[in-house]
Design a protein around this ligand. Structure first.
Ligand code: NAD
Ligand code: MG
Length: 395
């Protein structure tokens, strides 16, 4: 097709919560963009509608068995269709200026890497890629002179807080946590938490998996590791603070005692929009906070007995190597087990810890070089061990 001078963008995971917030921003100014690829899962109707509305070049479902349905939905539209992980990976190599990485889980790793290799700016919502293969992602960006922009609200907040600053002057980074669905539950009751209860977030409207991860604090555990990898700070410079209102997203502490806080409504379109327009700021359709009405902001230290995930994140960072890949993989399987009703809410952390314990002596796996093949092997091994533990769980 003819070059139009418009910004070429793709959205991986377009049908999800982050994907739809991204589509919303693009739709408001669609003349400014050439949409290259949109990818989704089983929600074919949504994927097809957005592909037509945004005149995407290609629409891809992750599932081969849904290809015919997607073909039917887009028949005569001029939108190319495809299915499967290889098609998603191929689409990530197409020339593009800005790519949203919003697939959930380690499945987001490969398309993100391919986009960086193709010199696109990567708006990274998929925190799992940094947890699984942080050094590989950062090295790939560096080697290809590609930019990564954080989309996780806390990391976008930190990123905004260090503009123009010298990283040597940064003493600490504090990311906040709402505490999730169970922050006010007594500890004894947590073991009985149901799927429905864990799937309701008090402040944010997100995909089911990250919502449950917020209740267990695994989301914050992933984010602590994400902070270490993205900002290249040491683990002891990273703190977590429970903040029930979710209005302060992160704080950066400097060596002169200054603490810069980022505040905003809990609406992911802020962080997505910041990454879309960076390095400029543009008007975004998010609520403006009235702090006189908010009146009160609360903070407290997280309780690690309630949230073993935070302790595990520290152990993962200390162990280094490919431990992050095992950790994330085990967490994904534990979460699958909880969603399927095979294990209880508090069993998830135990299962992840047992997986790490079983594999931490496997030096040739954990301390192999950080190549894509080795990352995928560690991910696979983490999944296998965790699946066995789910199957033999007798709680
Ligand atoms: P979601 O479940 O709402 O959407 C996930 C998207 O990925 C969907 O389009 C789905 O079809 C696709 N997908 C799922 N599995 C796939 C696979 N195996 N292969 C290809 N595509 C697949 O998730 P979400 O809440 O939008 O989160 C997306 C990512 O952004 C996650 O990494 C999450 O941690 C991160 N994130 C989300 C939020 C939020 O507010 N939702 C905030 C910060 C970070
Ligand atoms: Mg976050």
């Amino acid at each position: 097709s003819e070059p139009t001078g418009k910004r070429r963008i793709s959205i991986f995971g377009a049908t999800g919560s982050i994907g739809q917030s991204t589509v919303d921003l693009i739709r408001r100014d669609s003349e400014a963009y050439d949409v290259v690829a949109l990818t989704g899962g089983k929600n074919i109707a949504q994927l097809a509608k957005d592909a037509v509305d945004l005149r995407a070049n290609i629409a891809i479902t992750a599932h081969e068995e849904n290809l015919d349905q997607l073909k039917d939905a887009l028949f005569g539209s001029g939108v190319e269709v495809a299915a499967g992980q290889a098609a998603i990976e191929e689409a990530a190599t197409r020339p593009c200026d800005w790519v949203m990485s919003a697939i959930v889980g380690a499945a987001g790793l490969l398309p993100g890497l391919r986009a960086l290799e193709s010199r696109a700016t990567l708006a990274l919502a998929n925190k799992e890629s940094l947890v699984t293969a942080g050094p590989l992602i950062m090295a790939t960006a560096h080697a290809h002179h590609s930019q990564i922009l954080p989309v996780d609200s806390e990391h976008s907040a930190v990123f905004q807080g260090i503009v123009g600053e010298d990283m040597d002057a940064v003493e600490r980074i504090i990311i906040t946590a709402s505490g999730g669905a169970f922050r006010d539950w007594p500890l004894e009751k947590l073991a009985t938490a149901t799927l429905a209860q864990a799937s309701a977030h008090p402040n944010w409207d997100m995909g089911q998996r990250i919502t449950i991860d917020s209740a267990s604090m695994f989301n914050k555990a992933l984010e602590v590791i994400e902070t270490k990898e993205f900002f290249q700070v040491s683990p002891d410079q990273i703190e977590v603070l429970v903040h029930p209102q979710s209005l302060v997203h992160a704080l950066v502490g400097f060596n002169d005692g200054a603490l810069m806080a980022h505040l905003g409504a809990p609406d992911m379109r802020h962080a997505i929009g910041y990454a879309l327009h960076w390095p400029e700021r543009r008007n975004l359709p998010v609520e403006r906070l009235d702090l006189a009405t908010v009146a009160k902001l609360e903070f407290r230290a997280p309780d690690e007995t309630r949230y073993p995930a935070l302790r595990l994140a520290r152990e993962v960072m200390a162990a280094g190597g490919l431990t992050g890949a095992v950790f994330n993989a085990a967490k994904e399987i534990a979460l699958d087990g909880f969603i399927a009703g095979q294990i209880g809410f508090m069993d998830m952390a135990g299962l992840v810890e047992d997986t790490l314990t079983q594999l931490d002596g496997d030096t040739s796996l954990i301390h192999a070089a950080m190549t894509l093949d080795n990352v995928l092997a560690a991910d696979q091994m983490g999944r296998e061990v965790a699946r066995r533990l789910v199957a033999t769980n007798n709680s």
